[in-house]
Ligand binder design. Structure first.
Ligand SMILES: *Cc1c(COP(=O)(O)O)cnc(C)c1O
Length: 368
């Protein structure tokens, strides 16, 4: 049995009629850049996340960057984030003119360890950028409390956490701003590139709207130096269709994650992901740890089972960021995990039989 790492075709097959009609409506209206389909999705996404504003942008990297700019992060500032994230988190900080500073993660939940946060705060710290990695939210209560005490901004990297919750609050609704990616492989994926900034702050939302549209207040009147960061109409229309299914898809992912964890419980040498008691994990990725990763990947691949590693090299060890080589205190657990993590196939449409197959193959690989 073939088990791909991700199967976007299976999802499209389920919603093909609706998607094709939605795209046809955009074609008929020729509202290709921004416009009514993007505005409609922005309203729906804000309502879903439980925030006042969602501002559609071109991708998740840009959502992070524009949120940082709108919050006033710039040259000379430091932004605290985690080492175990996609490079985009750090790129956004760097492109805002600031310096990324790394604090290590919690060993069990893979998210920012709030107990280490204060050791990283300096007079130049401007913001904290926790990452809701793999679909589980960071420990937001202590992070927000520390931010308040030090007068810092909090931007949530929610690019992997559409629909995840922390004490009932949705990802993107707790910090001063949240940044989402709708890259096709994310839990809510566009049919191309797209992203959004969420916030309850009217002024901040206005700033992001201005920045994404060349800093203009009205056509050809530019108040600040902005950028072209608009979302495509087709992406807005596709996302509105898919948003109706997001909760159902999250539940299916959660069900498969439970199945994985139950079956893997009996397999020696594998550590399963854990869900924080106050969190709803949406399993963008189901990542386990094993010491014999290369062997597992090779064996599974031979049997037609797709896996990936998120991420093989932590950000401060990437060549692009080598000048900020992080100490074991800043990145010890993240670095150790980078050598052990393996992401197993996970998507709403994966079948019970496919999950069973993956676990059998994994168990066999570890015995051989
Ligand atoms: C996907 C992702 C991004 C970037 O989003 P793009 O839409 O690809 O630009 C940023 N941070 C994290 C954690 C991501 O997973």
């Amino acid at each position: 049995m073939n088990v791909p790492f991700l199967d976007l075709k299976a999802q499209y097959a389920c919603i093909k009629g609706e998607i094709n009609e939605a795209i046809q409506r955009v074609l008929d209206s020729c509202a290709f850049s921004g416009g009514p389909f993007v505005e409609q999705f922005e309203k729906e996404w804000a309502a879903y996340c439980g925030v006042k504003h969602a501002v559609g942008v071109a991708n998740g990297t840009e959502a992070l960057w524009l949120a940082l700019l709108a919050l006033g992060v710039g040259a000379g500032d430091e932004v605290i984030t985690v080492p175990n994230t996609f490079i985009a988190t750090a790129e956004a900080i760097t492109y805002a003119g600031a310096t990324p500073v790394f604090v290590d993660i919690d060993e069990n939940y893979y998210t920012m360890n709030p107990e280490l946060l204060e050791t990283a705060i300096t007079p130049r710290t401007k913001a904290i950028l926790p990452v809701h990695i793999f679909g589980q939210m960071a420990d937001m209560d202590p992070i927000m409390e520390i931010a308040r005490r030090h007068g810092l901004m909090v931007i949530e990297d929610a690019c992997q956490a559409h629909g995840a919750t922390y004490e009932g609050a949705k990802a993107g609704s707790i910090g001063h701003a949240g940044a989402f990616s709708f890259y096709p492989g994310k839990n809510l994926g566009a049919y191309g590139e797209a992203g959004a900034v969420t916030t309850n702050d009217d002024v901040l939302a206005g700033k992001v709207r201005t920045l994404r549209d060349h800093g203009q207040s009205k056509k050809y009147h530019h108040d600040v130096i902005g950028w072209n960061g608009r979302m495509d109409g087709i992406q807005g229309a596709v996302l509105s269709v898919k948003l109706k299914y997001l909760d159902e898809w999250c539940e299916k992912r959660r069900m498969r994650a439970v199945q994985y964890s139950e079956l893997l419980h009996n397999v020696d040498g594998v550590v399963c992901p854990r869900e924080r008691s106050q969190c709803r994990h949406v399993y963008h990725l189901y990542a386990v740890r094993t010491a014999r990763r290369d062997q597992v990947i090779a064996q599974l691949s031979k049997q037609g089972i797709g896996t990936l590693v998120h991420y093989p090299v932590i950000v401060p060890d990437q060549r692009a960021y080598q000048c900020r080589k992080a100490s074991p205190r800043e990145a010890g657990i993240s670095r150790d995990h980078a050598g052990r993590l393996i992401s197993l196939p996970m998507y709403a449409e994966i079948s019970e039989a496919q999950v069973t197959e993956v676990v059998s193959a994994l168990a066999a690989a570890l015995c051989s």
